[in-house]
Write a protein that binds this ligand. Structure first.
Ligand SMILES: Nc1ncnc2c1ncn2[C@@H]1O[C@H](COP(=O)(O)OP(=O)(O)OP(=O)(O)O)[C@@H](O)[C@H]1O
Length: 684
């Protein structure tokens, strides 16, 4: 069936070409064009008559010629039968009968004469019947309905690939996509046999491996759909023209490209209570040059164009690719300590956000959670009246080139965060420079249910995609970096039979920079503020390292801080900030260590070893300095210069760090030897 379809497509192409040649117009020309393919059998009939007449003229009297002609007729028929082995049974028989009848008539005509007895009647009656039978055959072959037969009568394609006894059902033919149900022989073959034969099917059809896929029926071990997409429509690059749904909700699909049949390539980050889908975490995996950067631009620009989401973004490559979009981010960090603080902050906002959702009667984040809470059904007040609390936007926490960050965080910690974040209206997006297990452990990989798998090393395919999707024909290793933007998308919300279908993200031409800048400005003005719950919880961890998105009209006052201010003015009586964070005034000046008796510590060498008491005071001051500078995660290595200056040792600093943790001034992170500074006001 698949083979016939490929042939049909070829025939259609020929048809178009033929039409191109007879476009001169006119009914006559049209009829001639339609009749052309049916003429050859009639030419054969006329030719047979001519050969019979000429043969009689030459050998009419020769007995030896009679023997020769009879033998030649039998040999020709036998040869036709043999040569027809590779075609369908029907065609083979039809050809052999035609040749046998034609050659027998020629022999009779040569020996007895074309006009003798029944010879001429046979020519006039049987000849047209033969020619017509070939015309009918051609008409049926060109009829698309006729081509979608019910079984696999010739079986030649499946025979070639070792699935001779499989049956192919009625095929669904769409533009550039043929879906044919396959039923394998009961007890003899399984769906695995088809997946193993996919490359051979592609080879038999002379198509790329990725053009042939198999969707096994989850309810049967011997049934499924064979999908063939003959033409690679993704070869043409499609440019990004702007966001697909400016001002929409993050719960609506994010369109990042297209599939090879033209359908939009789209992903959902938040869950959907109706379909019982959970919010998801996404891995963007691809080798160097596979188009990861531009794929990320597609996704980030879609996210920033939505009204009810904020993005925290860490990029150790200093926003090389993302600079135009940076102003639209709620928080950006350039790797190192800033990223450590961001990770700690994500951990800290999870319980605050989950608590808020619970208190407002949401089982998971939905767009209504981002709006002001005017519905009594979602009130945190005990008297059942609407609480009017400010909404809480969805949070996307994005880690570019994340291998180091995740390794430092530790598997258990990451798995825990990933699990809990899903019920806190948070999606983690992680991109990896090299998609392989030496970059990310098995358990961390397992915590990221969604993946955009771009071209990679063939050995890394198993890391990028689930085995079932690879078995169904997905093959990102075949692309390497030769097909930038080609990808497979596996994510809840996407129909599973789409998983092995290749898509391609949109390309960002140079002119897209301006549109991205406009989009970032739009997000600054219209995007959601972080809201009191998230901003409050993060300020308690990150202190001044977190500023929130800067509104374009006021570089000083940030949207997040404004949200806290407004919240302070309101009297809800319900669940607001984390109780321990409620007294934080993010605008308050931190104590200036240069004031009063405290001498500045950084940049001055005291020239002598301080007394133990003095050393402890200097150490406390150093923490204040770090905090004021926004460096909220510290470890002994950050004190190296400081130790030299004050003639103190690193082990001494390590001891003080542990003490400070016991005093509540520091809190342990998941990385040994790294401590998070608890902001002074919160620790007080
Ligand atoms: N969807 C796409 N369509 C067409 N071309 C693309 C697409 N995505 C990326 N490209 C082109 O492919 C090249 C590599 O893309 P990109 O820099 O995004 O890859 P990368 O995976 O981020 O590479 P690296 O890891 O080296 O930064 C660029 O020239 C880019 O313009």
């Amino acid at each position: 069936m698949a083979e016939r379809d490929a042939q049909r497509q070829l025939a259609e192409l020929l048809e178009v070409q033929l039409q191109g040649g007879s476009d001169a117009g006119g009914v006559g020309k049209y009829l001639l064009h339609r009749a052309k393919p049916h003429v050859p059998p009639w030419l054969g009939w006329a030719g047979t008559g001519l050969v019979g007449a000429l043969g009689h003229w030459q050998w009419g009297e020769s007995a030896a010629a009679g023997v020769g002609l009879t033998l030649a007729s039998v040999a020709l028929t036998g040869a036709t039968w043999l040569m027809g082995k590779s075609t369908s049974q029907q065609r083979r028989l039809h050809s052999a009968v035609t040749v046998a009848a034609g050659s027998a008539w020629v022999t009779a005509a040569c020996l007895a004469g074309p006009m003798t007895g029944p010879v001429d009647d046979l020519y006039l009656m049987a000849g047209p019947v033969m020619a017509l039978s070939w015309n009918v055959r051609m008409v049926l072959r060109h009829n698309p309905e006729g081509s979608a037969g019910n079984s696999n009568p010739d079986g030649s394609l499946l025979e070639k690939v070792g699935l001779a006894r499989a049956q192919i059902g009625e095929a669904k033919v769409e533009p550039n996509r043929v879906t044919a149900p396959v039923a394998l022989e009961a007890g003899e073959q399984t769906n695995d046999d088809v997946t193993k034969a996919l490359a051979r099917i592609a080879s038999a059809l002379d198509l790329p491996t990725s053009a042939v896929r198999y969707h096994a029926d989850p309810g049967s071990a011997r049934r499924g759909d064979l999908v063939i997409v003959p033409e690679d429509q993704l070869a043409t690059v499609a440019d990004w023209e702007g966001p697909s749904n400016l001002g929409g909700s993050i719960a609506e699909p994010l369109v990042i490209g297209r599939y090879d049949d033209g359908a939009p390539l789209q992903v959902w980050l938040p869950g959907d209570p109706e379909t019982k889908r959970n919010s998801t975490h996404l891995l963007i995996a691809g080798g160097t040059g596979s188009g990861k950067g531009e794929t990320a631009l597609n996704l980030l620009s879609e996210i920033l164009s939505r009204r009810d989401v904020i993005v925290w973004f860490s990029d150790p490559k200093a926003f090389q690719d993302f600079a135009p979009l940076r102003p639209g981010l709620d928080w950006s960090a350039e790797g190192g300590t800033d990223t450590e603080v961001m990770v700690e902050s994500v951990k800290a906002v999870i319980p605050a956000r989950t608590r808020w959702l619970g208190a407002h009667g949401y089982r998971q984040w939905v767009p209504a959670a981002a709006e002001q809470q005017n519905d009594p059904a979602h009130s945190c007040r005990s008297d059942g009246r609407a609480c009017g609390c400010e909404g809480m936007p969805f949070l996307v926490s994005w880690f570019e080139e994340a291998a180091n960050t995740l390794r430092n965080l530790g598997d258990d910690a990451f798995t825990g965060i990933a699990q809990e974040a899903r019920s806190a209206g948070i999606s983690l997006v992680v991109s990896l420079q090299r998609p392989s297990y030496d970059q990310m452990s098995t358990s961390t990989r397992a915590s990221l249910p969604s993946v955009i798998a771009l071209g990679c090393d063939p050995r890394d395919e198993g890391f990028s995609l689930p085995e079932a999707v690879l078995d169904a024909g997905a093959h990102p290793g075949a692309w390497g970096n030769r097909r930038p933007g080609y990808c497979y998308l596996v994510s809840p919300g996407v129909a599973e039979d789409r998983y092995p279908s290749p898509g391609r993200t949109l390309a960002f031409p140079a002119r897209a920079v301006k549109t991205m800048e406009q989009l970032a400005a739009w997000a600054q003005r219209n995007g959601a503020p972080a809201g009191p719950v998230t901003a409050g919880a993060v300020s308690g961890v990150a202190g001044r390292a977190y500023t929130g998105r800067t509104a374009p009209d006021s570089a000083e006052q940030t949207t997040a801080l404004r949200a806290i201010e407004e919240e302070d003015d309101m009297n809800h009586g319900g669940l607001l900030l984390d109780p321990e964070d409620a007294h934080i005034d993010p605008e308050a000046e931190l104590p200036d260590p240069q004031e009063g008796d405290d001498a500045p510590i950084f940049g001055q060498n005291t020239g002598r070893k301080p007394s133990p008491e003095e050393a402890r005071r200097l150490f406390a001051d150093a923490l204040v300095e770090f905090e004021a500078a926004g460096q909220m995660v510290v470890g002994p290595k950050d004190f190296m210069d400081w130790c030299d200056r004050h003639h103190l040792s690193r082990p001494w600093v390590s001891e003080r760090l542990k003490e400070a943790a016991m005093d509540g001034r520091l809190e342990a992170t998941n990385t040994t030897g790294r401590w998070r500074i608890v902001p002074l006001l919160a620790a007080a």
